[in-house]
Design a protein around this ligand. Structure first.
Ligand SMILES: Cc1cc2nc3c(=O)[nH]c(=O)nc-3n(C[C@H](O)[C@H](O)[C@H](O)COP(=O)(O)OP(=O)(O)OC[C@H]3O[C@@H](n4cnc5c(N)ncnc54)[C@H](O)[C@@H]3O)c2cc1C
Length: 473
């Protein structure tokens, strides 16, 4: 008899999502986590000075409130509090201008001058059908329940962000703002499917908001752990898994890990052909991250930037396109596109009174060793003069530090593998059910499966359902 119905290796958001789904279905489950706390890409720590709580990886969680999996959980009963900043996003442009993205589509569009009509036309229909759109897109390829909606989304989204803005938008503000949304793909902006990423982030801003958990992203994990334990699930931390032999017996093992680690740990149980395919899985560019302890809030000149939880710093579409192309050409850009979050403006638990935190990163080539501190801070200073004078302490993470922190971030790749047209739908390998492997007891549930990167839990949720229907019936 097996000690557990299922063991989940890795306690990131997807591993926990898988464990919760299994426990909810009445199965006994154990999560084995390498580090001293659960969370993976969603953890919080005093990285700079005492009393300053920084999100080590993920900070802003549109998909934490939007994903069908998270919406099905009673996490507020387990201590989670979402904070919605006044504006989800602002995007400054030189000349004291900024795109202001609010929860209201109407209000946002009204601020977009010549692009008012086009902005409404692009987003209105998808915002009206946001629930169905999220349901259709946050998972593997399947027969759609809403074929017309998906076809319409596909026709627009399959384009590159470049083709998309050239077709729809004229103003620097909206073109630049859309570039920032699409750049979350970490792909060159003239690549197909980058428009879909921009559209989805826009839709979530208007329909769900871009919130973050009070106290830090780890609070989402703390609530998930409490809920899992209330269902009878068990957790072991400080328990890295190096081979299947060291695990208690279980009918199913789900890996919240990269394909490379899956091969290292479970390769003996997988046929050579499948192993080879896993080894061909492509990882993308890296990230260079900074966290700041600040003597005051970031002094943006634009009012919109002061009111937003997230500020995309990179200027016009053309500038951001150059920055994102450069990382694929092997050289980080001197004026990088920087994603900035300023949680302490809206959450007084993040820093001592009167002080603030800042979170920012830019994309760089995989494994890049260039120190991007000056370039990132110069970009913020460009739109917030006096920013540097407020820095009390900074903490930096090169791609190698990200990989050291979490073995899933190979070369500093934070998306769990390239999310281009091919690999988005065939991650980690092309299979009818990508969460299964040729071994009936081994499954993969990390961001290296559809729908990919982000704290949405959908990879774990789909993988748990695969295990329930295949092995744990
Ligand atoms: C700098 C940065 C910024 C980001 N910003 C955002 C954001 O704002 N919003 C957002 O939604 N997403 C963001 N992300 C992405 C998000 O963090 C990831 O997509 C998400 O965490 C993936 O979840 P996961 O469960 O698949 O894997 P992970 O979070 O990587 O979790 C994997 C877990 O497995 C553990 N593990 C690894 N190897 C072993 C082993 N051998 N044995 C046992 N345990 C092991 C790890 O310690 C980790 O806890 C960001 C990521 C980074 C790095």
């Amino acid at each position: 008899m097996s000690a557990f119905d299922a063991i989940v290796v890795g306690g990131g958001p997807n591993g926990l999502a898988a464990a919760i789904t299994l426990a909810r279905a009445g199965r006994s489950v154990l999560v084995r986590e390498a580090k001293d706390r659960l969370g993976g890409g969603a953890r919080t720590a005093e990285l700079t000075l005492p009393g300053f709580q920084h999100d080590i990886c993920s900070a802003i969680h549109p998909l934490g409130v939007a994903s069908p999996f998270f919406r099905s959980l009673p996490l507020t009963d387990f201590g989670l509090q979402w904070i919605h900043p006044e504006l989800p996003l602002a995007h400054p442009i030189d000349g004291d201008r900024a795109a202001r993205v609010s929860r209201s589509l109407e209000e946002t569009a009204d601020g977009f001058g010549e692009d008012v009509k086009a902005y409404r036309q692009v987003f209105e229909y998808f915002c009206r059908h946001a629930e169905s759109l999220l349901e259709e897109t946050l998972g593997p390829l399947h027969f759609p329940k809403h074929p017309l909606l998906l076809a319409r989304f596909g026709l627009r989204g399959v384009r590159s962000a470049k083709a998309f803005v050239d077709r729809w938008f004229q103003t620097d503000e909206v073109r630049g703002m859309f570039a920032g949304l699409a750049a979350h793909s970490m792909l060159p902006l003239d690549q197909r499917l980058t428009a879909a990423v921009g559209l989805m982030f826009g839709v979530t801003a208007h329909t769900k908001g871009w919130p973050f958990p009070r106290g830090g992203s780890e609070q989402l994990i703390v609530a998930m752990q409490r809920y899992l334990e209330s269902l009878g699930g068990q957790v072991e931390v400080d328990a890295p898994v190096e081979s299947l032999n060291e695990l208690p017996s279980a009918k199913a093992i789900l890996f919240d890990l990269s394909p490379r680690q899956l091969v290292q740990i479970a390769g003996d149980e997988l046929p050579a052909r499948y192993r080879n395919k896993l080894q061909k899985f492509r990882h993308g560019p890296g990230s260079f991250k900074l966290d700041w302890a600040l003597d005051g809030p970031i002094p943006w000149t634009s009012d919109a930037c002061r009111r937003a939880g997230t500020v995309h710093v990179g200027g016009t579409f053309e500038e951001i396109a150059v920055s994102e192309q450069a990382i694929w050409d092997g050289q980080p850009c001197q004026r990088p596109f920087v994603l900035v979050a300023q949680q302490s403006r809206f959450d007084d638990s993040r820093a001592p009174q009167g002080k603030h935190t800042g979170w920012g990163y830019c994309h760089v080539p995989a494994g890049c060793t260039v120190d991007m501190t000056d370039q990132i801070e110069a970009q913020i200073e460009r739109f917030a003069p006096g920013f540097r004078d407020l820095i009390l302490e900074r903490h930096r993470m090169f791609p190698r530090d990200l990989e050291h922190y979490n073995a899933n971030y190979i070369g500093g790749d934070i998306t769990g593998g390239v999310m281009d047209v091919w690999q988005t739908f065939t991650r980690p390998v092309a299979r009818w059910n990508p969460y299964t492997t040729p071994s009936p007891r081994i499954f993969i549930c990390s961001a290296s499966t559809p729908p990919g990167a982000g704290v949405h839990g959908m990879c774990g949720w789909h993988a748990a359902h695969a295990a329930l229907s295949r092995t744990l019936r």
